[in-house]
Design a protein around this ligand. Sequence first.
Ligand code: ADP
Ligand code: GN1
Ligand code: MG
Length: 375
Amino acid sequence: METIANKVTEAEAVSKFLPGEKILTLKRHGNGHINDTFFLETDRDRYILQRINHEIFKDPQKLMENIYAITTHLKKAIRKNGGDENRESLTVIKTSDDKLLYEDADGGFWRMYLFIKDAVCLEKVEKPEDFYESALAFGNFQRMLSDFDPKILHETIPDFHNTPKRYDDFEKAVALDKLGRAANVSKEIEFVRSHREEMGLGEKLLREGKLPLRVTHNDTKLNNIMMDKKTGKGITIIDLDTVMPGLAIYDFGDSIRFGANTAAEDETDLSKVSLDLGLFRVYAEGFIKGAAGGLTDEEIKMLPYGAKNMTMECGMRFLTDHLLGDTYFKIHRENHNLDRARDQFALVADMEAKWDEMQEIIEKIMRDQKEKIYA
Ligand code: ADP
Ligand code: GN1
Ligand code: MG
């Protein structure tokens, strides 16, 4: 068996889900910023074991009830389409006493999923077709959840994409200046402040009923989707922790923020950071197609704003965490959150330079769609 730190605790957790299975491999896995994720291979099958970050998800039981309800709904839709429900959806493995979670003696909360086999999780778009396929899959995910009753869902992180609320949290962190870091980041603080007003637009349109509240994923970055190794298709949407009522333009936007950036999310050479307009167009086409007519004209028109606002909000969250002492996002080096924030702000600036082109791309897709309908 390959070993890892804390192996007693992880192995103990495994025994609660899979008593009698022999552990062959158990090791850290993936690049998520939130949970502790482990790859597990036993003499029977392969699995993902996760310790849920309960500083962030305050009620792991309710979180798992959400995920169980969502995956049950998705599996039904997948079966109806003749698909493979254990491959196209996450599958929750319960404990041997039929619970969705195991709570260890230290107050850690563990869950288990089937491992999605013969699939890869990309950290970077390698070719436009991959990005198009991921867009189709996220659009399709949105469509499959369009008849899911949002009232069943617990709000796992209240105000997750409430950008004005995020702005208030940012100002509080600046005022507190817990570690005396604010003086060094005055340029970044100014950048956020200069965008304050526009960051409220999504919430305003929602209040006015111009954008609908839907059941959305809310964390649609490229490494939250598994791509089939053979066909290259987006096969499974993972990381369902933040599935909650939200705005479709933000699901679109978060994918653009991560996948259409010509650099990694934490690149320090900012000259490498820019919006790839080709990828923006490809993703927009896939997302609209995947949603299969489910998006309103107003939503489609607001896609560029969704991209810019998610980038702005994420940069602001990274900067807030830097000011508060890096307690939210996992960091792997000094100033990691600051590097991430600077990268996001550089991307926002590039979107501003390319704003007219972003709008034209979306308008052209809308015109082409109408022509197809009336042809
Ligand atoms: P986080 O919330 O920390 O991002 P994720 O649930 O996204 O955690 O998991 C982290 C990584 O683990 C993913 O990016 C993916 O590479 C991998 N992963 C998660 N669930 C599965 C699964 N069921 N099958 C295969 N890989 C998975
Ligand atoms: C986190 O969990 P993960 O790594 O897929 C975060 C997202 C951010 C993203 C930035 C629950 O996503 O909101 O956009 O990092 N998830 C949570 O990379 O806060
Ligand atoms: Mg993730």
